[in-house]
Design a protein. Structure first.
Length: 246
């Protein structure tokens, strides 16, 4: 089941996990008119289902935020491309189950005229689960709080996820960070990070994270990997860092 929802409701769920900072920028980046999002409310949706229910830009980009509601799922398959329109304020908020097997998620379009610093992002929060294998992510992430910083996992202590999340064998280009905040057992392995605009991998207050066998091949600002704020039992092994300011 796919329907429309007022955007403030899913953004309020994000604020329960990480506060209200940057929410105004997401709202401000939206097109004039009703501030609505497209929501996968029940069942398992495919990219073709999403496209059948939405208005696309000329370059086939999604022009509104896409939300996966708790209990629902979006599966992106090999070779599929989900394009998020930067000038229209598009993004992906996952509170359900997002699985990508060889798909691309990318930003497209010119600078957002209302909030120039805005870029599309993929953020998983509350009880959401993220499973990525062989994906590609391009041009994602903005903000100083990291919750919309690229490919993001945020914990809500009242709504823990039932399955572990992972990002494996994927490529990141011109993206901010893979940011893990408070979510236990996340695996980030075998990925390649190129031209990162922020620290490529950040593990923040998250226990038992595994950052394994990744390649960092460009001059990212700062360190390639940071483990912060009381994160426990992290394993950082087999990574190759070929550049970076620090």
């Amino acid at each position: 089941q796919i329907e429309e929802m007022y955007l403030r409701l899913p953004l309020a769920r994000i604020s329960q996990s990480s506060g209200g900072m940057e929410l105004g920028a997401v709202r401000g980046a939206q097109r004039p008119g009703p501030m609505t999002s497209i929501v996968v409310r029940r069942g398992v949706a495919r990219l073709a289902d999403i496209r059948a229910h939405i208005d696309l830009s000329e370059d086939q980009a999604l022009r509104r935020p896409l939300v996966i509601w708790p209990g629902a799922a979006l599966h992106l398959e090999l070779g599929e491309v989900l394009t998020l329109s930067r000038p229209d304020g598009a993004c992906l908020l996952n509170f359900g189950h997002l699985r990508s097997d060889g798909a691309t998620v990318r930003s497209a379009g010119a600078q957002n005229a209302r909030i120039p610093r805005f870029r599309p992002f993929v953020t998983t929060s509350a009880e959401g689960v993220l499973e990525v294998t062989g994906g590609r992510f391009e041009g994602l992430g903005f903000g100083q709080t990291h919750k919309f910083g690229g490919l993001v996992l945020l914990k809500n202590a009242l709504m823990p996820s039932r399955l572990p999340s992972f990002v494996r064998e994927s490529a990141f280009h011109d993206t901010g960070s893979v940011f893990v905040h408070g979510v236990a057992g996340v695996e980030v392995s075998g990925n390649r990070f190129h031209a990162a605009r922020d620290v490529p991998v950040i593990v923040d207050a998250a226990d038992h994270a595994r950052v394994l066998g990744n390649l960092f091949d460009s001059n990212a600002p700062g360190n390639a990997i940071r483990v912060l704020n009381g994160a426990k039992a992290a394993v950082v092994s087999g990574n190759v860092v070929l550049g970076g300011e620090k």
